[in-house]
Design a binder for this molecule. Structure first.
Ligand code: ADP
Ligand code: MG
Length: 458
């Protein structure tokens, strides 16, 4: 029988106490299958849907094997996007809190290569990066990989789809042959097998619970007549649904920008996430959506991949994905942790065959309805509960979430219950506050820990 609790595993005490401090007690199914094997050094291919807890699985392996006194990279995590790299690094840092001075560095595009080189020179233990920038550092000689004992390929299917195969193979050539390789993926296309056969040794295949319980996630299919009807139907469905946190998937960046503009013009609280945005805007947008200062996020699959968002009420497929496994994966973004969720998909005649294919995969019939047109009477777009304030200081200025909360709730300040998520980046910080207290919050944030800062509303 598989172990159920982290304490059943052969993990260092420091990690176990950290897990219990975070509040993780039972393992998720993927963790229960991956960890016992991975901790003995096995190569593993794990296929499991988003939200199943893969990051903690490989994060624990990296930390369990770590020698803190060696200031050279010992685990290399490759993943498709910068946002995901940031998220993974954050999870690992959290797991490492009780282990002592563990240095986790992200190497991704959009940040200064110089600054990354300086950090590498100071010494790091775990590197999380995108293949392009990691290769760049290898070429410059700034990244030393001779002590890497664990390679992690996270969201491997997506990296291959993005054309990173050659870069990954060149990076693997620079790694010690004697190492452990863990490959995590939501889907299992043929390309995975082909790269696995080149970079892994007798990997164990673990596959967990790919399909989603039909009882928990309601799938609604709406037929649209043409492109204009598609936009109109989307707005009507959003108005009727009045969900508080909605993720809309489009197949292309062009569609993302069309949908975002049209919803914005119609008064919806909407942001977008796609590769062409500047990094700063991608950060801001994602933060605003996660902290609930925007109701709707419109994204491509690539941009939204792997990003952990709590409590999505509704997923909308503005366009049906070309790949039904991706559709199932998108749908799994709602209805997490056993909560109910809804998925709306707009389809047209050209999608007929794929919907039938999906029915075969799911094993039940999907109802198609004609999509609504026109504006539903008496409905207005839902406003976000909070607004986000951006402060021009962050980790560099040694700001912590408690400092921002303290400044806000200090004498004559706001009530703590009106403050939402706080996020500290290197040189900027973000805090969500209730709409009604934006002015007071801005005043309060002018002085934090005795220093003066600038704040603006996003
Ligand atoms: P994946 O990489 O499989 O998409 P993540 O690693 O991002 O999933 O985890 C999804 C969520 O589950 C995260 O919010 C994480 O904090 C939470 N989580 C992971 N492991 C556990 C656990 N054992 N108990 C409770 N929550 C967990
Ligand atoms: Mg993941």
């Amino acid at each position: 029988m598989n172990p159920q609790k982290f304490t059943d595993l052969d993990l260092p005490e420091t990690l176990l106490s950290c897990l219990s401090a975070i509040g993780y007690d039972a393992m998720t199914p993927v963790q229960a299958q991956v960890l016992p094997l991975a901790l003995t050094g096995h190569d593993i291919i794990a296929k499991a849907k988003t939200g199943s807890g893969k990051t903690v699985s490989f994060g624990l392996v990296a930390l369990a094997k770590l020698h803190v006194s060696q200031y050279l990279p010992q685990t290399l995590v490759l993943c498709p996007t910068r946002e995901l790299a940031d998220q993974i690094a954050e999870v690992i840092r959290r797991l490492a809190r009780t282990t002592g001075n563990v240095k986790v560095l992200t190497l991704t595009g959009g940040s200064s290569t110089r600054a990354q080189i300086t950090s590498l020179e100071k010494g790091v233990h775990i590197v999380v990066g995108t293949p392009g920038r990691v290769e760049d550092h290898l070429r410059r000689g700034s990244l030393k990989l001779e002590l890497v004992g664990t390679l992690v390929l996270d969201e491997a299917d997506r990296m291959l789809q993005m054309g990173f195969q050659d870069a990954i193979e060149r990076i693997v050539d620079a790694l010690p042959a004697k190492r452990q390789t863990l490959l995590l993926s939501a889907t299992y296309p043929d390309e995975i097998q082909s790269i696995a056969s080149r970079v892994m040794q007798e990997p164990a295949m673990i596959s967990v619970d790919t399909e989603h319980a039909p009882a928990v996630i309601e799938q609604h299919f709406y037929r649209v007549e043409n492109a204009r009807h598609r936009l109109e139907a989307l707005q009507a469905l959003l108005l009727v649904n009045s969900a508080e946190s909605v993720l809309i998937f489009c197949n292309t960046k062009i569609a993302v920008s069309e949908v975002t503009t049209s919803l914005g013009d119609a008064g919806f609280s909407v942001i977008s996430l796609h590769g062409d945005l500047e990094q700063k805007d991608r950060d801001r947008n994602l933060i605003r959506f996660v902290n609930r200062s925007a109701v709707i996020m419109v994204a491509t699959d690539v941009a939204a991949r792997g990003i952990d968002i709590e409590k999505l009420d509704l997923v909308v497929n503005y366009e049906l994905s070309k790949d039904m496994e991706v559709h199932i994966h998108r749908s799994g973004r709602t209805g997490r942790a056993g909560e109910s969720g809804a998925v709306i998909t707009l389809i047209d005649d050209a999608d007929k065959y794929r919907v039938e294919q999906l029915e075969k995969m799911l094993g039940y019939t999907l109802k198609r309805k004609p999509a609504p047109s026109g504006h539903p009477p008496g409905k207005v777009p839902l406003k976000a509960r909070t607004l986000t304030l951006e402060v021009n200081a962050g980790k560099k200025q040694k700001l912590r979430p408690g400092d921002i909360l303290g400044a806000l709730t200090g004498e004559g300040g706001v009530d703590g219950s009106q403050v939402g998520k706080i996020k500290i980046l290197n040189t900027r910080s973000f805090v969500a506050v209730d709409r009604q207290i934006v002015k007071l919050s801005q005043e309060k944030l002018r002085r934090i820990k005795g220093r003066t800062y600038r704040t603006r509303v996003l």
